[in-house]
Each structure stands twice: as C-alpha cells, then as structure tokens.
Design a protein around this ligand. Structure first.
Ligand SMILES: *[C@@H]1O[C@H](CO)[C@@H](O)[C@H](O)[C@H]1NC(C)=O
Ligand SMILES: *[C@@H]1O[C@H](CO)[C@@H](O)[C@H](O)[C@H]1NC(C)=O
Ligand SMILES: *[C@@H]1O[C@H](CO)[C@@H](O)[C@H](O)[C@H]1NC(C)=O
Ligand SMILES: *[C@@H]1O[C@H](CO)[C@@H](O)[C@H](O)[C@H]1NC(C)=O
Length: 185
C-alpha cells in the first residue's frame, strides 16, 4: 500500500515536471517573448520650489506619464524602480516608479513625477542656447526588475531595460518621445 503511494507520488511529480517543461518550451517558441512598447511623456509642471542664499536651489517637478504596452502572453510584476533623466549626458533628475503588475497582452499607464535639479540644468552652458534655439533634448533610462508571470503560476526573473529620447519644443509647447525597450530573462 505504502509502496504504491510512493509510486503514485513519483508519477504525479513526473507529470508536473513534464507539464512545466512543455509550457516553458511552448513559451520560448510559440509564445516567444516580444519586446514591450514604452512611451514616456512629460505632461506638465507639478511644482517649483526654490530656496534663497546662502544655498540657493531650484527644484522643478514635472508630471510624466509612462505607457507600457505588453504584447506578451505573460504578465510582468516589477519591484519599486526609478527612471533617471539626463541632459547632454549629465544626470539632472530622477523619477520613482512604484511597484506594480502589467498584465498579459495589456497596456498599463504609470504616472510619476520627475524631480529635476534645475540648478544643474541651468548651470549647463548648452541650456540657454538650446532653449533659444527652441528644443531641449532629454534622455531617460529605466531598469525595471521583476518577474515574468506565465499562466498566473510560473515566475521567471526578468528585467526590462528602457531608454527614451524626449524632445521638448519650447516655443511650440509640444514634445515627442521615442523609446527603446528590451526584456531580458
Ligand atoms: C531640492 O532638491 C534637493 C535634492 O533632492 C534637496 O536637498 C533640496 O532641499 C531641494 N530644495 C528645495 C528648495 O526644495
Ligand atoms: C515601494 O514604494 C512605495 C511608495 O513609494 C512604498 O510605500 C513601499 O514600501 C515600497 N516597497 C518596497 C518593497 O520597498
Ligand atoms: C492609458 O492612457 C492612454 C492615453 O493617455 C489611454 O488612451 C488609455 O486608455 C489608458 N489605458 C489605461 C489602461 O488606462
Ligand atoms: C533635438 O532633437 C530633435 C529631433 O528629435 C532635433 O530636431 C533637434 O535639433 C535637437 N535639438 C538639439 C538642441 O540637439
């Protein structure tokens, strides 16, 4: 009796393993991961804070919307992360990205606030000429670490790397954003 129970368990484990392997093979072939599509765009000014001498600082907060389109048959669960913003290769700001889940084959909107160190921005000798010429080009990068969730059961560690080129056309008041993203398992 005991012996048959053991055999039964072994068979069950074997079947489960087989199912798991089948799903993984299926996932990496038929359901091969496709790159998520990301769009990030600044929406408007959130607030401006400044302090007076002896330590004058000027901080600007810009509200931004990040839209992530997940074309995969798997969801993605990510931890708290942050995006960093560069202006002409100098780090000028960052934005927190709160932990969340992007469901399979769905689009998620994330809103965040970019805290810009305006002192650093204005200390850059290119800043004024760029504004006068009418366009400011920023680059933002984000690394989101988390797990790919397959069929709501299987979890595989994964990371999404994304990078956006954002152009702000100062006089027109318009902006464009071109993003590149990559998911790595
Ligand atoms: C601006 O931001 C810096 C760094 O985050 C902070 O130390 C400083 O107190 C801020 N200044 C104001 C006026 O909010
Ligand atoms: C993630 O960020 C939120 C809000 O910023 C915070 O409340 C939460 O504790 C953080 N979670 C972890 C695991 O750090
Ligand atoms: C995300 O935002 C876009 C436009 O900003 C909107 O068209 C879309 O319906 C939103 N999606 C969700 C899931 O809220
Ligand atoms: C910013 O990028 C746009 C194209 O997106 C380009 O037309 C413009 O000249 C660039 N501006 C600067 C100051 O590099």
């Amino acid at each position: 009796m005991k012996k048959s129970l053991k055999i039964c368990r072994a068979i069950t484990a074997g079947v489960l393993l087989l199912v798991l392997i089948t799903f993984l093979i299926l996932y990496f072939t038929v359901l091969k991961p496709k790159q998520p599509k990301i769009v990030a765009s600044p929406i408007g000014l959130d607030h401006i804070a400044f302090s007076l001498p002896p330590n004058p600082t000027l901080n600007i907060s810009i509200r931004a919307a990040i839209t992530i389109e997940n074309p995969n048959y798997a969801g993605f669960q990510y931890r708290n992360s942050s995006a960093t913003v560069f202006y002409r290769r100098n780090l000028i700001g960052d934005a927190p990205i709160e932990a969340g889940v992007i469901r399979a084959r769905s689009t998620k909107n994330i809103s965040t606030v970019i805290n810009v160190d305006a002192d650093k921005l204005m200390a850059d000798s290119s800043f004024l000429p760029d504004v006068l010429r009418g366009s400011l080009n920023l680059t933002s990068t984000a690394i989101m670490e988390g797990k790919v969730i397959l069929l709501g059961i299987f979890k595989i560690r994964a990371t999404i790397y994304s990078s956006c080129d954002i152009s702000i056309f100062v006089w027109e008041g318009t902006k464009t954003s071109i993003c590149d993203s990559k998911i790595e398992l």
